[in-house]
Write a protein that binds this ligand. Structure first.
Ligand code: DON
Length: 587
């Protein structure tokens, strides 16, 4: 645990509370080798058994220990899961600047203790001056400008989303929820993850002077254990504390954002900022083997794509095949191939195009869509709908919270790529997203990264770009809260979340096994199954190839799931994915 948290300084009452809380928490515990009991090959990196955190009242899982502690502290003080999720989001904007943010956007799925569900879209929007071909060069070829620099930024949604969620469901006063983040922005001890992530990103961060100043103090990434101070961010968060969304979308912060835009080719104006609204949307809800899943509706593709995958997979008895067997991987890949083909063709911002959501999430459609799956041969993607591909991002983060009343929140937020556009708003201390790259910058054609998306997801002023974020809450067969989860991972988010659910529902894994188990991914095009290194037996890879699949080992791991499972006796069992390293804890 960082020294700062261990500090006994009497000037830090909130942190003292954290010390007391941390010492009473039940965290994860290593149990020795599990010998591949999750059905994974023994070579699998995460096969060592780790007991989940268990608690009777409340649980938080995030990618950062300080984020988890902040959430627990808020709930200890009487806040509910929404209060905790809001406070955690602001803390992650400080301690996890590669993904946690106030300059990006996200989605939140909420299930109250009475079973009512809600979902909030606070995705970024294209600025009013955005145009369909704005990222193409003179010859019509895509450029890097959708990814890097001022023009890559969509109008941020995070502050408005967190405010909206708090307005509707929060119980703790807004300023109190901002305090932990403001305090940490004044200085916190750099974790190993942040130090190594800043070091990896250093060369691209150096390109933008305010980013250099903010994140490379003295010209280099801060060392592990150094105290990292973000005074401009502390001031911005203080304005948000004092003025709510007015502290971001109008006034000093808005002026600083617009000034930053004018330094280069940025498009965001005062009226883009003051016109931003978060939107409550009906969650996408569907059944999977008697469980009810609630997930995110468009402009995220997560819920609809997962609904189609799940309802195709439901036609197969996966346990009779084995979790990491040729047949199970084949079924998951064939279902995903079809669902992603539809995702790319059909889904986009529902406020701009008509989205066939009811059809794509219906059981009848899933049956028809999966009817041509053969168990003896892969279906080439060319025979499955249009040739489209989903964009892969680099850094996002998920937060899962359950409170003592039984309310639950699943929240996924992102800047899109690692450190977003790399542009920091000078004087305001936060990074802007590069979410504009989630639009089809050149519909129907592969861009320079080989990415192709449909016409419906073309850039239009004020439109939200299609997302794959899949914050999800699962109810058991009796309609009780069962599982809260989500993940980063760009286009792999949907398959990651669904396979984690399959591990619990179909294979009875505990929350730790289900998160640690190796994952596979298929997204229609490129026509290949990707697997995590060591995650499939060589014999399974060979037999998948015999079925006609192209099978490739992934570079790096897939996703970073934060999950909370409710056990039959009501115990909360939390687990934070070891792939990127986080912390689940409860009380
Ligand atoms: O909204 C989306 O789908 C992407 N912008 C998410 C990017 C992402 O997950 C990167 N994380 N690893």
């Amino acid at each position: 645990m960082p020294d700062r948290i261990r500090s006994s300084s009497s000037t830090r009452p909130l942190l003292l509370l954290a010390v007391a809380l941390a010492s009473s928490l039940l965290g994860c515990e290593r149990l020795g080798s599990e010998q591949g009991s999750a059905g994974a090959p023994q070579a699998w990196e995460y096969s060592e058994a780790v007991a989940p955190a268990q608690a009777s009242s409340a649980m938080v899982s995030t990618t950062d220990r300080l984020g988890t502690l902040a959430g627990l502290r808020i709930m200890e003080d009487g806040g509910n899961a929404v209060d905790a999720a809001v406070g955690i989001s602001f803390v992650l904007a400080v301690v996890n600047p590669e993904a946690g943010n106030i300059g990006g956007g996200g989605f939140m799925v909420i299930r109250l203790a009475d079973g009512d569900t809600y979902s909030l879209d606070y995705r970024e929007r294209a600025p009013a001056a955005a145009t369909r071909d704005m990222y193409l060069d003179d010859r019509g070829a895509p450029t890097l400008r959708s990814l890097r620099g001022h023009s890559a930024a969509g109008v941020p949604g995070s502050v408005m989303g967190l405010w909206e969620a708090h307005q509707r469901f929060g119980t703790i006063e807004w300023p109190v929820l901002l305090e932990p983040a403001i305090e940490l922005a004044q200085g916190f001890e750099v974790s190993e993850r942040l130090a190594s992530s800043l070091a990896r990103a250093q060369s691209s961060l150096e390109d933008f002077y305010a980013t250099r100043e903010a994140f490379l103090p003295g010209g280099a990434p801060p060392a592990i254990g150094a105290i990292f101070r973000q005074p401009d961010l502390a001031k911005t968060l203080s304005r948000v504390r004092d003025n709510g969304p007015g502290g971001f979308y109008t006034g000093v912060t808005a002026d600083l954002i617009v000034d930053e835009m004018r330094r280069a080719d940025g498009l965001i104006t005062h009226s883009d900022l003051s016109g931003y609204a978060a939107i409550w949307r009906e969650p996408v809800s569907f059944r999977y083997r008697g469980h009810t899943l609630h997930s995110m509706a468009p402009p995220s593709s997560g819920g609809a794509t997962m609904a189609l995958i799940a309802q195709i997979v439901e036609g197969y008895d996966l346990p009779s095949f084995g979790r990491h067997s040729t047949q199970t991987v084949h079924v998951l890949a064939e279902a995903s191939r079809r669902a992603y083909a539809d995702r790319n063709q059909a889904l986009a911002d529902p406020d701009f195009v008509e989205v066939p959501l009811d059809r794509m999430t219906s059981r009848d459609y899933a049956r028809a869509r999966g009817a041509d799956i053969s168990m003896s041969a892969a279906t080439p993607s060319q025979q499955v709908g249009p040739a489209v591909l989903v964009s892969e991002g680099a850094e996002t983060t998920h937060v899962s919270v359950v409170d003592a009343m039984g309310n639950a929140v699943a929240l996924t937020t992102t800047l899109n790529s690692l450190y977003g556009s790399r542009v920091t708003v000078a004087g305001a201390g936060f990074l802007l997203n590069n979410e504009m790259d989630d639009f089809a910058t050149r519909p129907g054609f592969p861009n320079q990264f080989g990415l192709v998306q449909g016409e419906r997801n073309a850039i239009e002023p004020g439109k939200r770009m299609l997302s794959a974020m899949t914050p999800t809450i699962v109810e058991d067969r009796d309609g009780e809260l069962f599982l809260v989860l989500g993940s980063p991972g760009g286009s792999t988010i949907i398959t990651t979340v669904f396979q984690t659910i399959v591990n619990v529902v179909d294979f009875g894994m505990d929350v730790s096994q289900s998160v640690r188990a190796p994952r596979i991914h298929h997204q229609h095009l490129p026509d290949r199954i990707q697997y995590e290194r060591g995650g499939l037996l060589p014999t399974v890879v060979d037999s998948l190839r015999t079925l006609g699949h192209t099978v490739e080992e992934r570079v790096g791991t897939s996703g970073d799931v934060q999950a909370i499972l409710v056990l039959p006796d009501g115990t909360l069992s939390g687990y934070s994915d070891p792939r990127r390293g986080g912390w689940a804890a409860g009380f």
